[in-house]
Design a protein around this ligand. Structure first.
Ligand SMILES: Nc1ncnc2c1ncn2[C@@H]1O[C@H](COP(=O)(O)OP(=O)(O)OP(=O)(O)O)[C@@H](O)[C@H]1O
Length: 332
């Protein structure tokens, strides 16, 4: 049994060979503050964010692409693995995609958690490589491909060739920063406090960073007035979201330019011919693909099933370990 896991900042996805995506849950754990006991994991815990009484905390153990809380990450990983493989006849091989900037100690810790949860063998894979494989790119050939994976915490930009990363960058600007920018904008323009979940609904519902044709989308949003302290409704338009998201979007575009400038010329010409592939939930932000294409002059496509790409790629990588370069995976 082969399993691929995307241990993401926003969500955990588990791909099981022959079954497809077997689990997709938010990376959130609710704990009892006093005893440290795990009360809920995943979707159930996510509903508690911002709504917990004093004795319960809802934690996102991975934040901004790093493991902020190791013990809780381990608990969460074990819980999800047990859910997918409850009774193990054959111990699975597991490929886990971890955030780009984790330390060797953290890598070992993730492997130990996976072993403790029943893995026969565990490998860790770099996110852009898993994303590219999941997007159906053959990275084993001497051709350059560019992948931009926009998750919740990090955006990973990488140029791949011959099974490895030739150059790239990882920045801590992705889906969460989009939400925060919307919260700030609504506070400044409307004197209204909204929560991160509401901001995410605005982002998914109406935001559009590069309009084409009809741009009249708008959405009603409820929050707490900073003037009266009472609940209040406002209407936010797509145009306003564009203004709100300008800064984080520009940071991503600039990072792509930075990587393109570092790319060796042969690979550059491959990329301009084959285009840039975007993966991750953040790449679904309306208009972002067209905006990047407009700024760089390179065609951009969003991978099919962009959110599942990394887990899918991690699983497929296990089936083809020999197509990966020597530094693409890590194992103990
Ligand atoms: N349709 C959509 N439009 C815009 N953003 C979206 C959409 N769907 C999901 N997202 C955003 O995608 C982000 C999560 O993406 P994903 O699940 O790929 O992240 P992750 O793999 O958990 O994070 P990371 O790679 O940083 O560890 C969230 O910020 C979410 O709000």
């Amino acid at each position: 049994m082969d399993i691929g896991i995307d241990l993401g900042t926003a969500s955990v996805l588990v791909y099981v060979r022959g079954k497809g995506i077997a689990l997709k849950e938010p990376s959130v754990v609710a704990l009892d503050k006093d005893s440290g006991k795990m009360l809920a994991v995943g979707e159930e815990a996510r509903k508690m964010i911002g709504r917990t009484p004093g004795n319960i905390v809802a934690i996102r153990p991975l934040r901004e692409g790093v493991i902020a809380d190791y013990t809780t990450t381990e608990l969460m990983l074990k819980y999800f693995l047990n859910k997918v493989v409850p009774r193990r006849i054959f111990r699975p091989r597991i490929m886990i995609c971890v955030p780009a900037v984790i330390t060797t100690v953290e890598k070992r810790a993730v492997i130990e958690a996976s072993t403790a949860a029943g893995a026969r063998q565990t490998f860790l894979i770099e996110e852009p490589i898993a994303a590219a494989i999941g997007a159906g790119i053959d990275i084993s050939k001497p051709f350059g491909s560019m992948v931009v994976d926009i998750g919740g915490g990090t955006t990973d930009i990488a140029v791949l060739s011959l099974g490895g990363i030739v150059c790239g960058e990882s920045i801590r600007v992705a889906g969460d920063k989009f939400d925060e920018a919307i919260v700030r904008y609504v506070k400044k323009e409307f004197n209204l406090m909204i929560g991160e979940r509401t901001a995410e609904e605005v982002k998914i519902g109406v935001a559009n960073v590069f309009p084409e044709g009809d741009d009249s989308a708008a959405m009603d949003v409820r929050g707490r007035s900073l003037i009266t302290g009472l609940p209040q409704n406002i209407t936010i338009t797509a145009e306003q979201t564009r203004e709100a998201l300008q800064e984080p979007v520009e940071q991503i575009v600039n990072a792509i330019f930075g990587v393109l400038e570092k790319t060796p010329p042969e690979l550059s010409s491959d990329i301009s011919e084959r285009g840039i592939v975007m993966t991750g939930g953040g790449s679904l932000l309306r208009g972002l693909d067209r905006l990047i294409s407009h700024k760089t002059g390179i065609p951009v496509t969003v991978a099919e099933d962009a959110v599942s790409c990394v887990a899918l790629g991690a699983g497929r990588a296990l089936e083809n370990l020999d197509m990966l370069g020597p530094n693409a995976i890590y194992t103990k």
